[in-house]
Design a protein around this ligand. Structure first.
Ligand code: 2AM
Ligand code: CA
Ligand code: CA
Ligand code: CA
Length: 262
């Protein structure tokens, strides 16, 4: 199957949506709360998701859409049998609201469970990360080199600080030696960007413990294309129908990080 048409449209829609977000920051943002005071959503999250839903249903009425803001249900039953767009309209909504930078649009396309297209756009830096499986990964059209191995001592590791305090997903004490040994710990606050930054060597690994398919759908395609690793913390395939523990990294480094948790 030839995916070039879908790829070209995915890139152009994502840039258009990103320009919309960038422009919108000239005006006041109205914030609502979802599950808690730290779980934010804005009108723009819904508007951008609707923008993609409209374009996709116009061009590809048979395709499914799995978006954070709930465009389409049913994904449990059909992910492996369908052509599915996995979309996070704003990844890093808290950054969008507070920092007005360090957020991204994440758009992926999966064909019967197989990762095919990944597009991540940082509109404030105007950085577009794109991948079509088997055709290389690109930053603003420039080919990204295959990833090489590093050790934990040489690594900048992205880690959400919530996981260094008692939590219900992982024994926080197992995280201590990683924090101690790594060259540095960073956290941008946008899962899609943490992964995109690994692809170009600004970060070396990213550990998180409860990410949803839309946070990571595009990042998985991007990293795999470059020889990087994208698995659960236990080293299993990521389940695109659920939340996951996740470990994204350069090759090699993942097994060293995994050892700390086992
Ligand atoms: P979001 O901005 O699309 O919600 C930092 O908060 C990162 O974790 C972001 O990529 C954010 O995505 C994601 N995330 C996932 N679940 C979250 C939650 N319940 N609350 C806040 N952020 C969440
Ligand atoms: Ca959210
Ligand atoms: Ca997200
Ligand atoms: Ca989001």
């Amino acid at each position: 199957m030839n995916y070039n048409n879908i790829y070209e449209l995915a890139k152009s829609w994502t840039k258009e949506a990103g320009e919309n977000l960038r422009e919108s920051l000239k005006h006041k943002i109205e914030v609502e709360f979802k599950t808690s005071a730290s779980d934010l959503v804005t009108k723009k999250d819904r508007e951008i998701e609707q923008f993609f839903a409209g374009k996709i249903s116009e061009h590809f009425p048979e395709h499914m859409i799995l978006g954070e803001e709930g465009t389409v249900a049913n994904q449990e039953y059909i992910f492996e049998e369908a052509q599915v767009w996995v979309i996070d309209p704003i990844d890093g909504t808290t950054n969008f609201v507070n920092q007005k930078m360090n957020f991204a649009i994440s758009v992926a396309f999966y064909d019967q469970g197989e990762p095919i297209i990944g597009v991540i756009y940082d509109p404030m830096k105007d950085e577009l990360f794109t991948t079509l499986k088997g055709q290389g990964a690109f930053l603003n059209g420039e080919k990204i080199e295959q990833l090489t191995a590093v050790t934990v001592e040489e690594a900048l590791i992205s880690l959400n600080s919530l996981w260094t305090i008692p939590n219900d997903k992982v024994d926080e004490k197992k995280v201590y030696p990683i924090v101690e040994k790594a060259r540095g710990i960073r956290y941008i606050g946008s899962a899609a960007l943490e992964i995109a930054w690994i692809s170009v060597g600004r970060l070396d690994a990213y550990v998180d413990f409860r990410l949803s398919p839309w946070d990571i759908g595009a990042g998985i395609v991007l990293l795999k294309e470059l020889g990087g690793e994208a698995t659960t913390l236990a080293g299993e395939d990521i389940n695109m129908k659920d939340t996951n523990t996740t470990l994204f990294s350069r090759p090699g480094l993942a097994s060293e990080i995994r050892n700390y948790f086992n």
